[in-house]
Write a new protein. Structure first.
Length: 147
């Protein structure tokens, strides 16, 4: 299999990562709003587009505002997210064969270990799912308390 054949799989993982981060941020924003605190609005979160690094920075801010600890496991997850962003900053490399300038989106000699990538991304997405589920629980409690 040519490495370029992995692109649709990588693109879908990237989209899942982006949507997971946005879901967490939107839930966190709702919690803080219910608590009377300011945080990015849904519109501002979605306006960050495909920028994984900005979404990660926003996640760090959310943790700080919620009083949650950011530990070494978070740093490791963040490193993976930043590496993904570095290699595909605008979500073009694995979606289109060329960039907006008409140049190849990936190097001609692009090589990729899909198996290792999928294993790592599954770990990252599971971690983010746990964060999102935790936030949904806090959101439910906060909504009940405010009712």
């Amino acid at each position: 299999m040519r490495d370029i054949s992995a692109c649709p799989v990588v693109f879908l993982y990237r989209m899942s990562l982006e949507l997971s981060l946005k879901s967490i941020l939107v839930s966190g924003s709702r919690i803080l709003q219910l608590q009377g605190e300011l945080f990015s609005t849904t519109e501002k979160i979605l306006a960050k587009g495909h920028n994984l690094s900005e979404l990660l920075n926003e996640l760090r801010s959310l943790y700080k505002q919620l009083g949650w600890a950011w530990d070494s496991e978070h740093d490791e997850i963040g490193g993976t997210i930043n590496e993904f962003h570095k290699n595909d900053p605008g979500s073009f490399c694995f979606r289109y064969p060329v960039n907006l300038g008409g140049k190849n989106a990936l190097d001609r000699d692009f090589r990729f270990d899909l198996s290792n990538f999928c294993t790592r991304m599954d770990e990252v997405l599971t971690f983010l799912d746990h964060v999102d589920c935790g936030l949904m629980g806090v959101l439910d409690e906060t909504q009940q308390f405010n009712s």
